[in-house]
Ligand binder design. Structure first.
Ligand SMILES: Cc1cc2nc3c(=O)[nH]c(=O)nc-3n(C[C@H](O)[C@H](O)[C@H](O)COP(=O)(O)OP(=O)(O)OC[C@H]3O[C@@H](n4cnc5c(N)ncnc54)[C@H](O)[C@@H]3O)c2cc1C
Length: 288
């Protein structure tokens, strides 16, 4: 299929991109790697009259590791997955993006595009939730930060305003006593998550789980924190029995989606299987 006609702009600064968004209003869409937007345009699911390509804005393509891991909204998955400093400071982030799609997708797809698109089967939203990432968005009024917990509103809908651009995303460094893992059942052709679970744990000085964050993607309309699982594992010694008890609570109070790849019932079952794997791996990592 051929997309509808559109005007193309390639700004080189964030200010220029924001001003183009303001100028063209609802007719305009930002273009990142194009791996979600262009297929949707070819299917005429969306027909923006104006595309504003953000991939020429060098300021939003960087990856830096200091007190935290800061990734530009325009950084590609490959730039993150291949960064040794990211792998050592926040291995789960590098692991997650290394599992997205194939080489072509990882070379073009961007961190900002993934979070802004909020595909129900996208991997990164679960990791952003489990790590408590902070998203920085710039609009006409300046920059603001959005906590990952507030970002994913419903299927393909986020807390971003239409005239905002994701300029960077900040993830924590995983220090001593912390561990995090992302485990997914992937759709064999696209590698989208049929079910994906990200888990983060922090151990206290007594060796017990002091803090836990668990998030599921792929199973329902949007990536979702697992409050009951988090509460069940917190305060325990994180042994097999504790993991099993916490896993038992996974997927409660969640909406499920069924499609040609997996039924709702199957996804419900897999949420527990992958929660167990992710929690066990995160706890083992936290113990060092
Ligand atoms: C064959 C194939 C396999 C895939 N497999 C996976 C997979 O296994 N896991 C997975 O998670 N994803 C997968 N994807 C999706 C891929 O990760 C996309 O790259 C991603 O969903 C969108 O990122 P993008 O940079 O391509 O954004 P685009 O497609 O360019 O844009 C998507 C949306 O985000 C907006 N946008 C883009 N950049 C910004 C920004 N900086 N600020 C604000 N809004 C922005 C656009 O306006 C648009 O609405 C796959 C895609 C394909 C084609």
């Amino acid at each position: 299929m051929i997309p509808g006609e559109f005007q193309y702009f390639a700004p080189t600064t964030v200010d220029e991109a924001v001003s183009l968004l303001q100028q063209h209003g609802e007719d305009a869409k930002l273009l990142g790697g194009g791996h979600s937007l262009l297929p949707a345009m070819k299917l005429r699911l969306t027909t923006p009259a104006v595309l504003i390509d953000v991939t020429k804005i060098s300021d939003i393509k960087g990856v830096s590791v200091n007190g935290s891991v800061t990734v530009g909204g325009g950084a590609t998955y490959h730039a993150v997955a291949s960064n040794d400093a990211v792998r050592s400071a926040c291995g789960v982030l590098a692991d997650c993006v290394a599992q997205i799609g194939d080489t072509q997708v990882r070379n073009r797809g961007t961190i900002g595009g993934s979070l802004a698109h909020a595909d129900p089967a996208a991997d990164l939203p679960a990791v952003a939730l489990a790590l408590g990432a902070t998203i920085t968005a710039q609009g006409p009024g300046g920059a603001r930060t959005i906590n990952a917990d507030d970002m994913f509103v419903e299927m393909l809908t986020t807390a971003l305003e239409p005239n905002e651009i994701i300029t960077s995303v900040s993830f924590p460094r995983l220090g001593a006593g912390a561990g995090a893992a992302y485990e997914k059942m992937r759709q064999p052709a696209s590698r989208y998550a049929i079910v994906g679970v990200a888990a983060y744990v922090k151990l206290g000085s007594d060796g017990n789980v002091a803090e836990a964050r668990v998030a599921v993607t792929g199973a329902g309309p949007k990536a979702t924190r697992q409050d009951a699982t988090e509460a069940a594992i917190t305060g325990t010694n994180g042994d097999d029995a504790a993991i099993a008890a916490a896993t038992d609570k996974a997927g409660e109070d969640m909406d499920y989606l069924g499609d040609i790849h997996a039924s709702e019932e199957y996804r419900r079952a897999m949420v527990k299987v992958y929660t167990k794997r992710a929690l066990a791996k995160a706890i083992a990592q936290a113990r060092g």
